[in-house]
Design a protein around this ligand. Structure first.
Ligand code: CIR
Length: 264
């Protein structure tokens, strides 16, 4: 039986638009180069498609500079989808824009209505549970509402803490398979992955912790050779994707797609 946490027939992405220059960032290292970002994005989409997945590529949303990071707007599960409620005020409207897109694939699209907030970057779905990190974007009320929404589908949610100063929980970790998580040592130190096998990112390569397992491959940001080697040595088929421009906006592999298999 295919896994529900990393085997997917579909993905949704959104092309970066001219507005990315205004995207949120913790540290300003200069605006992303749009042409380069588009080329990186194309490589990312091609890598997803190469696994056999059907990728729906949405056009840029001019009023939302961070719209390329579609993961934060919704949670896509095997039984249904949940429109989220981003904690960044400039990103709140991205969630509503995703609702009609997901309705094409899901009979049931639920929504987090508030008052809490929750962004997809803080949600790690594993084969056995859903881990959610509280962060500057995701609060206890948002997590509680998500917990109620997904309970009828048989999911348990475990609330954790995103490390201080880290944008999202998944900035620091990724699912590699049913039992294995790639994580920064600073996050794994919390003990929140007890019961899983943890592959730590090498010192100095913490920014490689945001990767995605997508069908038979692991998409990892280029430029972190020791992490790529470590993953390859553990038996994963790694595809390195250039990510310099998304990284200027604190974005990585997971942020750039919604991954799912529509219910039959
Ligand atoms: C933001 O600050 O919201 C965007 N510039 C980056 C979002 C990255 N998304 C993610 O990690 N899921």
């Amino acid at each position: 039986m295919p896994t529900r946490s990393y085997t997917f027939s579909h993905a949704i992405t959104r092309a970066p638009g001219a507005g990315v220059a205004q995207g949120l960032r913790e540290v300003d290292t200069g605006a992303p180069d749009l042409a380069l970002f588009q080329a990186h994005h194309a490589a990312y989409v091609a890598a997803l498609r190469a696994t056999g997945a059907e990728v729906t590529e949405l056009g840029p949303l001019d009023q939302f500079p961070d719209g390329v990071f579609v993961e934060d707007a919704a949670l896509t599960l095997a039984q249904g989808a949940v429109i989220l409620r981003p904690g960044a005020p400039s990103r709140l409207g991205e969630a509503a824009a995703m609702a009609p897109i997901l309705a094409r694939f899901y009979g049931e699209v639920a929504a987090i209505t508030g008052p809490g907030f929750i962004e997809g970057g803080d949600i790690l779905v594993t084969e056995r549970e859903i881990l959610v990190g509280r962060s500057a974007r995701t609060d206890a009320a948002g997590i509680a509402e998500l917990t109620r929404r997904v309970a009828p589908w048989g999911y348990t949610v475990r609330e954790l803490q995103t490390p201080p100063g880290v944008l999202h929980f998944k900035t620091d970790c990724s699912l590699l398979d049913e039992d294995t998580i790639l994580a920064t040592p600073r996050l794994a130190a919390c003990g929140c992955f007890d019961g899983y096998r943890v592959i730590p990112t090498p010192e100095g390569e913490e920014a490689a912790a945001n990767a995605i397992r997508f069908n038979d491959v692991v998409l990892a940001p280029a430029g972190f050779p020791r992490t790529a080697e470590r993953l390859a040595a553990a038996g994963y088929d790694v595809r390195e994707i250039p990510n310099s421009e998304a990284a200027r906006l604190d974005g990585g592999m997971s942020c750039l797609s919604l991954r799912f298999t529509p219910p039959a």
